[in-house]
Ligand binder design. Structure first.
Ligand code: SAM
Ligand code: SF4
Length: 334
């Protein structure tokens, strides 16, 4: 029996988020610059390498795998990877295989994803206004995403909507989005915008809309009941009594969830980030490529987990972005 991954603060690491590409068919203003330079192909883990990497983590006790990006569904042949990961669901080693997507390719892939054992999908959507959607994603088209959501629900996938809270952008859709999600039986989560490097086009502090404020506004119309549910991540949930739906709040800037953190993140180049808010990372690609046996990779993973920091370090409080990260969400996968 392989010993599970336990970090120095006695947290079991059983959740891996994997970015399978740095590319995307959208250019959301808070995430990417319009003219992005993407990584050369040889830097990326191949689908076979991703499989070996994820399978090693599963062997070491990872029970939940979330695939992300960039946009995971634009990676060529990504369905081959999902199909292959199904064996870990079938064996019972993996409890959940899921993904975070912008929804643009869901119309094409929803049924196949369901067939691969995926049951829940997070779709990122900040607005249901067609013009605003085109503005914020630059290259995205709302009807395509809505068709994707329809297809996913028809295929039996449960959808949770993720919206980034942006001051002056989707404040006026707080109730519209809640009601739209309720009418489609979808839960939703609001995410506080994070200082992820300089994109040269937006001032993050101007866009910052605190979820405390958002929550207070929601409470003006609905009865909010706090839910005890904890995912080991930065999300906290309430139930809207009037609609019965669950609304989550992800406040990555606060430290109140680090003590229960159960997750690590793998980039598409095989770097393992132990904490979203810290630069500490371990290169797993070298041990993976360096040997056909998985022993070196396993050792490198264990050594990395032993360095998982206690917590992270963002701070907006002095009206300047301390602890600002130079890497983008599209690199670590959000
Ligand atoms: N392309 C997929 C998508 O959009 O869902 C997956 C990758 S995307 C990087 C993952 C999540 O990160 C999305 O929900 C996106 O809104 C969020 N995100 C990107 N940049 C962010 C930022 N600066 N602050 C907060 N959330 C951000
Ligand atoms: Fe692409 Fe997702 Fe980043 Fe938007 S948030 S640019 S969809 S990776």
């Amino acid at each position: 029996m392989t010993a599970p991954l336990i970090d120095p603060f006695h947290r079991a690491v059983n959740y891996l988020r994997v970015s399978v590409t740095d590319r995307c068919d959208f250019r959301c203003v808070y995430c990417m610059a319009e003219n992005m330079t993407f990584l050369p192909k040889k830097e990326l883990l191949t689908l076979e390498e991703l499989d070996r990497m994820c399978s090693t983590f599963v062997r070491l006790g990872v029970e939940k795998l979330r695939i992300t990006g960039g946009e995971p569904l634009v990676r060529r042949d990504i369905m081959t990877f999902f199909k292959s990961m199904k064996r870990h669901l079938d064996s019972g080693a993996l409890k959940e295989l899921t993904l975070t997507t912008n929804g643009s390719q869901l119309e094409r892939f929803a049924e196949e994803l369901y067939a691969c054992g995926i049951r829940r999908v997070n779709v990122s959507l900040d607005t249901i206004d067609e013009g605003k959607f085109a503005d914020i994603t630059r290259w995205g088209r709302l009807p395509q995403v809505l068709r994707g959501i329809d297809a996913a629900q028809a295929a039996g996938l449960r959808i949770k909507l993720n919206a980034v809270a942006l001051k002056g952008f989707n404040e006026d859709e707080l109730f519209t989005l809640a009601e739209w999600c309720a009418s489609r039986d979808m839960d939703m989560t609001w995410i506080e915008v994070m200082p992820m490097g300089d994109l040269g086009n937006e001032d993050r502090l101007d866009q910052y809309w605190s979820l405390k404020d958002l929550r207070a506004r929601l409470a003006e119309r609905y009865t909010l009941t706090d839910l005890a549910e904890r995912t080991g991540g930065p999300a906290r949930y309430v139930r809207l009594e009037e609609t019965g739906q669950k609304i989550g709040f992800i406040t990555p800037m606060t430290h109140n969830f680090c003590e229960s953190c159960n997750r690590v993140r793998l980039t598409c180049t095989g770097q393992l980030y132990m904490c979203l808010g810290q630069e500490d990372m371990a290169d797993l690609r070298a041990p993976l490529r360096g040997s056909e046996s998985d022993a070196a990779l396993e050792n490198a993973i264990r050594a990395a987990i032993a360095l998982k920091p206690k917590g992270h370090d963002f701070d907006y409080s002095r009206q300047k972005v301390d602890g600002q990260m130079s890497r983008h969400m599209s690199h670590t996968g959000g």
